[in-house]
Unconditional design. Structure first.
Length: 207
């Protein structure tokens, strides 16, 4: 009887050990699955931000005056080819657009801004510049205010970095006030709508 009891006790211990091992294995599997489920995955936005820029233009605060290291702009190979969509609407003396005209190529800039016989306001900006984004509503308001009187243009320096060197842009946003293709005045940083309007009104009175 004692021998049978010992044999049965050993069998019970073996079964208990097997059950414990099974429970521990199941717990490990659940833990691994939970960690995998809650692991943060890299979003497409973070991937985009992590991707290095080919040739990022200078993006600085309006209060800063950085040193331009290289005055020879390089157009990134990843940028799309210059768009000719604006060429269907050639420059006129008094544009009637109530929204800013976006310049997508050097050819567009020369055709619509430099060859214009009227007064133009050109907003040089970058999508990566917070002050530039803050200025956008003011530029849109000026486009509505001066529809038919002056041309209001926006130029993304990320797409056309050569203009930054051409006009010696050291900080953005920079707004150029032009007449007949020549720069009359420039305003750097965030300004009020009234400050831009005062410059435009002065040139319009001289016409």
């Amino acid at each position: 009887m004692v021998k049978q009891w010992k044999t049965k006790r050993k069998a019970d211990r073996s079964k208990a050990l097997i059950v414990k091992l099974a429970i521990m294995g199941f717990a490990i599997v659940l833990t691994v699955a939970a960690l995998a489920a809650f692991r943060p995955e890299q979003t497409s936005e973070s991937q985009e931000l992590a991707r290095p820029e080919d040739n990022p233009p200078a993006v600085v605060s309006p209060k800063e005056t950085p040193i331009v290291k290289d005055n020879k702009p390089k157009t990134p190979a990843s940028l799309p080819e210059a768009s000719g969509t604006q060429l269907a609407n050639p420059a006129v003396d008094k544009p009637t657009r109530q929204t800013p005209i976006h310049i997508d190529s050097i050819r567009d800039f020369e055709t619509q801004v430099l060859n214009s016989k009227g007064v133009c306001l050109v907003d040089l900006f970058s999508n990566r510049c917070p002050p530039c984004r803050a200025l956008a509503p003011t530029i849109s308001a000026l486009a509505r205010r001066y529809a038919g009187k002056a041309g209001i243009f926006k130029v993304n320096l990320d797409r056309l970095p050569s203009l930054a060197s051409r006009y010696r842009i050291r900080a953005i946003p920079t707004v150029l006030i032009m007449k007949r293709g020549k720069v009359i005045d420039r305003l750097v940083g965030l300004q009020s709508e009234g400050q831009y309007a005062a410059r435009l009104d002065q040139l319009l009175k001289e016409e």
